[in-house]
Design a protein around this ligand. Structure first.
Ligand code: SF4
Length: 122
């Protein structure tokens, strides 16, 4: 039996997962989302990333970004490497794509701030 702390919400339920006949039986969760998280962790764990990328603009040398959807947990370091090698050269707005389809994962890296945007075009 595996034990896992749910990270879906701040309540942090401690769950127990047991495999029976090819299916996972989850206990200790307080809601369905916890069960879904537990099964995902056992089969294909996913994570989100919030980070920053460097920019060419001295007044805002780094720009906050995040992934547009969860990525496989075992690709976090690969995606972080792409983020760390990226330099933003245009005045993007919040929600704009900074890296499209990063590593072919079907997920974009998007800006989460308007700090580069001046309202004067790009
Ligand atoms: S099982 Fe439900 S209530 Fe418990 S931490 Fe997960 S999401 Fe929150």
């Amino acid at each position: 039996m595996d034990e896992l702390v749910c990270i879906v919400c701040p309540r942090g339920c401690t769950m127990h997962i047991e495999e029976k006949d090819g299916t996972y039986v989850v206990s200790g969760n307080s809601c369905k989302r916890g069960e879904q998280f537990a099964v995902s962790e056992m089969t294909a764990p996913m994570r989100t990333i919030c980070s920053t990328v460097r920019t060419d603009f001295p007044e805002a040398p780094v720009l906050p970004v995040r992934v547009s959807a969860d990525i496989p947990k075992d690709r976090i370091f690969d995606v972080m490497r792409e983020i760390n090698h990226t330099v933003v050269k245009e005045r993007v707005r919040r929600g704009d794509t900074v890296i499209q389809n990063v590593l072919g994962l079907g997920v974009d890296i998007i800006a989460t701030s308007d700090m580069l945007y001046t309202g004067e075009g790009r």
